[in-house]
Ligand binder design. Sequence first.
Ligand code: SF4
Ligand code: MG
Length: 313
Amino acid sequence: SHLKKYFPIQKGLLNRTVGHVKAVDDISITIRPGETFGLVGESGSGKSTVGRTAIRLIEKTSGEVKFKGINIYDLPPEELRKLRPSMQLIFQDPYSSLNPRIRVGDAIGEALLDHGLVPKAEIRDRVLEVLQSCGLSSYHIDRFPHEFSGGQRQRIGIARALVLNPDLIIADEPVSALDVSIQAQIINLFRKLQETRGLAYLFISHDLSVVEHLCTRIGVMYLGSMVETATRDELFKNPLHPYTKALLSAVPVPIPKLKRERIVLKGDIPSPSNPPSGCKFHTRCPFAVARCKEEVPEFRDAGGGHFVACHLV
Ligand code: SF4
Ligand code: MG
């Protein structure tokens, strides 16, 4: 609720704070058990920072984060540590987080050992079981990371998170580094695991077509702010925010008749250290009017839980 994360901009020999990057600026999200919330936006919109502050891998600036009713920022370190297994993060590039000299079975088992979740004698069985549920086998357990393809490495990354039996997985661009054909396999794996284990996901992506087949609700971020949230079906059928419309117009559709008019945005995403006044999107919005430069649009319900921040809606 109302999550904010501001990073100080420091200059000079004495690291004087000269301003702040408002990476996350008042974001509220609810994710229910077994549900997937898709968080979408260009790089630099603050999605990853939402993911990391949501499980307290980095500290928030203000706002509140509750996990199963517990305010995780109120917890002392040892209590937070006990909760860690239930909130796991999966990265875009699992290879960079795998030690090249450690066999993948050991890398997966290590987490179990660290948290003392399973007696040592049972670790191998647990690792094997989780590898199998991720589409790998006993053949892979004693291999090294470099012996795997990109898709397989992401399966290992998922297995490593899954072995701790989490309730929530933050998946930060988990398929962005993969070939399109492999992306579909990994997304299907995410879906299958959710069905069998009742997992909740915060699924972060810059690509709406990636979240389309997985998410219950979708939120679109721009420069640290949420500009629109709706159910998946509603967002794809009836996008209201010009930025969402632009993102959707770039998503390929199977039936050419349904093709949306392509909206090409001018320019790049502005710097979050010096965001535009009023509606932060006004410098790129094809529909901007005078008011947009002056007034921050309120994030409000346009009907049926479809929230949007735009003066024209
Ligand atoms: Fe565009 Fe104005 Fe709406 Fe912002 S408030 S999205 S600039 S029309
Ligand atoms: Mg990111």
